[in-house]
Design a protein. Structure first.
Length: 218
C-alpha cells in the first residue's frame, strides 16, 4: 500500500471511530471520595472532680479545656472540647447553671454593645441555643429539631442541619431548673456534605451515646 493509500485508510478508520463514539451512550460517574477506615465504637467515662456532669465519650477522642464556643467566652471552667484529631472533628460542650450569673451584650444609648451582668434564665438559654444553631447554619438546606428524653430522665433537643455547613449535628439538654448543657459536632474542614457524610454519620453515633449516658451531679 502506497503512502496515499495509508492516509486514506487511517482517515476512514478515524472517521468510523468518531461516528461510533457519537452514537454511543455516555454514563457519567458520580464523584468519588477516598475510603475512610473507621474504628469500632468504644467508650470511656468522663467523670472529672468538680464537674456538674458525667458522660461516656470515644476512646479515640481526647478532652481539652475550651477557651471559646464559637464567638462566646466560657462563663465557667465546665466548657470543654472533645477532639477527634484523626478525623478533624470536635464536639464543643458548653455548660451553664440556671440561676447563675451570666454575661450578656446589651446596646447602650450610643448604639454600642457592652457587657452586662444578668442571671441565667432557662428561656433565655433555650432561645440563645436556637439562635446559635441558626446563626452558624446560613448555608443550611434544612434544619430539623427533635425533642427526646434519655433513659437517665434527661430532656433535650437534637438539631439536624442539612447542606454544606460546618456543624451538621447539635444538641441541648437541661433539667430546666439547674443544669443547661449544649454541644455541637464541628469539622475543621471546608464544609462538604457529601465528603463528610461517612465521618459525620460515624461521630453522630458517638454524639448520641454521649447524650444518652449523660448524668447530672447535684
Amino acid at each position: 500500500m502506497n503512502i496515499s493509500g495509508k492516509i486514506s485508510f487511517f482517515f476512514i478508520a478515524a472517521t468510523a471511530i468518531f461516528i461510533m463514539a457519537c452514537n454511543s451512550t455516555y454514563t457519567p460517574k458520580p464523584r468519588g471520595y477516598f475510603k475512610i477506615n473507621l474504628p469500632e465504637h468504644q467508650y470511656k467515662t468522663f467523670d472529672s472532680a468538680g464537674f456538674p456532669y458525667t458522660f461516656e465519650y470515644p476512646v479515640y477522642a481526647k478532652i481539652t479545656q475550651d477557651s471559646t464556643y464559637f464567638e462566646e467566652q466560657p462563663e465557667n471552667p465546665y466548657w470543654i472540647n472533645i477532639d477527634v484529631p484523626e478525623y478533624g472533628g470536635r464536639i464543643y460542650i458548653s455548660y451553664n447553671r440556671i440561676g447563675g450569673k451570666a454575661r450578656y451584650k446589651v446596646k447602650n444609648a450610643r448604639g454600642e454593645y457592652v457587657d452586662s451582668i444578668g442571671v441565667n434564665q432557662f428561656d433565655r438559654l433555650l432561645n440563645g441555643s436556637y439562635t446559635l444553631s441558626f446563626k452558624h447554619s446560613y448555608k443550611a438546606s434544612a434544619i430539623e429539631d427533635s425533642v427526646f428524653k434519655t433513659a437517665n430522665g434527661i430532656d433535650g433537643i437534637f438539631f439536624r442541619i442539612g447542606g454544606n455547613t460546618a456543624t451538621a449535628n447539635q444538641f441541648l439538654v437541661s433539667d430546666s431548673v439547674k443544669h443547661f448543657l449544649r454541644g455541637a459536632l464541628y469539622f475543621d474542614a471546608t464544609p462538604n456534605e457529601d465528603s463528610l457524610r461517612p465521618v459525620n454519620a460515624f461521630l453522630k453515633e458517638d454524639l448520641k451515646h454521649l447524650v444518652n449516658t449523660l448524668k447530672w451531679r447535684d
